[in-house]
Ligand binder design. Sequence first.
Ligand code: GLN
Length: 304
Amino acid sequence: MNIKSIIENCYNQVKEIENEGHLAAYIPELANIDPEKFGVYITTMDQNGFGMGDCSEKFSIQSIAKVLSLVMAYRILGKKIWERVDVEPSGNAFNSLLQLEVENGIPRNPFINAGALVISDILLTELDNPKAEFLDFVRRISNNPNIKYSRKIAESEKKVGYRNIALCNFIKSLGNINNEPDDVLDFYFNLCSLEMNCKELSELFLFLANNGCCTYSKEEILTERQSKRINALMQTCGFYDESGEFAFEVGLPGKSGVGGGIVAVHPDQYTIVVWSPKLNKNGNSFKGMKFLEAFTTKSKLSIF
Ligand code: GLN
């Protein structure tokens, strides 16, 4: 089987279909992105890579960064982290406030906004210089010093971040945020603003296909068990209210962001990233979902 020709085939097929999605215009800067961008990149465990389309252009990784902040906090707190955030799919939108009141401010999982805000609060408490240390961590696991925050995107989101401001204050009132909401939100908006291209992002996530071990430095980022758990969470909660659909149609652990990126991990085999900015009604890349569905169907490389 030739992975390159399968990718070419799926890319060309999905490029032609009508895009029924919409840009994430609630973040003003994201409304300016060219909606036709479409890139894909695969990195295999032997560190061979192959990409197509706009795979070298940087985009805002948004919620995909929630996996990285979770990994960093998990390294520090170990399993105590699950006292602050649960591991269940929410069945609700990524920015929903609904369940928090009845569930005493414990977010359903670390990948909805509520959960990522609690993880940001943990990092703020544990790190001396959270923004710089988080960026160093991401650069270290990807062996890539070119990764940066986008001040423009972070500021743009902060100006209109009414829902996240509400979420953070609400969780604080329920006792599960320890720092000042303004500080937690500033850190959260920054980590969502990280910019990477498909190639960089697929190389960054390779440690999750490699039992938690960095393929470049051989450093243990997570233990094998911890790495399995992050993949399990991506499988069950990575696509918000569409996580079941993603498991059903694609069959890989993965994570999406409202910048239109999706990263998916096949343990022991490969990581793949797709970027196409228009989102379906659940906030996941319309063409990204279609591409991955076609790719795992044609290659038979899903985990099921
Ligand atoms: N920064 C975005 C937000 O908080 C991230 C959401 C996402 O990518 N799903 O709304």
